[in-house]
Design a protein around this ligand. Structure first.
Ligand code: BDR
Ligand code: CA
Length: 311
């Protein structure tokens, strides 16, 4: 049976590909797409989710809008990485896919309560919505099978030396999710930086020859330019689809059970994920953390998803 999931995201170039993989992979059943402020403001990330559903022909998956601000602290967006629209690059028309609810947290709460089986939450933006949901309706923790999130790192960050964007944007939210009692899997930069959409990958997507494939290549082109300019990367890393792949095909992402803590107060390190890979703290393991990626299988999955949505 396909794993039922809710995808909570902030599209975002790599979120866009995560939506496609979640919608197309036969091992997953995408029940809803909820949006959160992150890469851009909530109005823009929601609009981008709608436009990706339009261009990818994803119908009958509700798009619902969640929180516009982090639980605590100032809002940060990533316009330098994803552009003014949050999805700069391709020319996408005004959205046609409707926003099913502007109370996305209430919508997901009701969905979880109504489903016969527990649902997995895949989060590819700041964890604001997931934490807000657990604060507002603690009973739904028992309705969530696990939370798989793209965020954090076992090493260096990308916003500050040790903080990755999704956790940095709302560290308290990440901390609440981590301490919720729900099984948590972290898929961080140490792994997603291996998912580089290089010329070979872009050629494979181009070869699909569909309008959707063209949009994907244009998205990757913009993403490549910001990753080159800001971080000097040779190709753009597709972070968010790695979290979806982890769930869809066990073995594509290797994980280890370890201790994970979120730095909330560090002078230089607020938003850092502290991962005790060498078991030095004696603190009990509380999370599964991604440590390896089968890049060949990963790109096969991404290319297959774009091809499936192109037919
Ligand atoms: C994460 O931050 C965003 O820029 C991406 O969409 C991804 O979710 C990477 O740090
Ligand atoms: Ca994202």
């Amino acid at each position: 049976m396909a794993t039922p999931i809710v995808l909570d995201c902030d599209p975002g170039h790599d979120d866009a590909l995560a939506i496609m993989l979640a919608a197309a992979h036969p091992a997953l059943r995408l029940l809803a797409i909820s949006t959160v402020a992150g890469n851009q403001t909530l109005d823009k990330t929601t609009r981008n989710a709608q436009r990706i559903c339009d261009v990818a022909g994803i119908r009958n998956v509700p798009v619902v809008a969640g929180r516009a601000e982090p639980l605590r602290g100032n809002q940060v967006v990533a316009g330098d990485v994803h552009g003014e629209s949050g999805l700069d690059g391709p020319r996408l028309g005004p959205p046609v896919t409707p926003v099913t609810s502007t109370d996305g947290i209430g919508y997901v709460r009701d969905l979880l309560r109504a489903r016969p089986e527990p649902v997995t939450v895949v989060a590819t933006g700041p964890l604001t919505n997931v934490a807000a949901l657990l604060l507002a309706a603690p009973d739904v923790a028992g309705r969530i099978d696990r939370v798989v999130f793209m965020g954090g790192s076992t090493g260096q960050g990308n916003v500050t030396p040790y903080a990755e964007f999704n956790v940095y944007a709302d560290p308290e939210a990440a901390d609440i999710v981590l301490h919720s009692g729900i099984p948590v899997t972290m898929c961080g930069l140490n792994v997603t930086h291996q998912a580089l959409a290089d010329a070979d990958v872009q050629q494979r997507i181009t070869a699909i020859g569909s309008p959707l494939a063209r949009v994907c290549v244009e998205l990757l082109g913009f993403f490549a330019s910001t990753y080159r300019d800001i971080w000097g990367f040779p190709a753009p890393p597709l972070h968010d689809p790695v979290a979806v792949a982890l769930l869809a095909e066990p073995g594509v992402v290797e994980t280890t059970r370890t201790r994970l803590d979120i730095e909330l107060t560090g002078t230089f390190t607020r938003g850092a994920t502290v991962v005790d890979l060498y078991r030095r703290t004696g603190r009990p393991p509380n999370a599964d953390v991604a440590v390896g990626l089968d890049t060949g299988r990963f790109w096969d999955m991404v290319v297959a998803a774009i091809a499936a949505l192109s037919t």
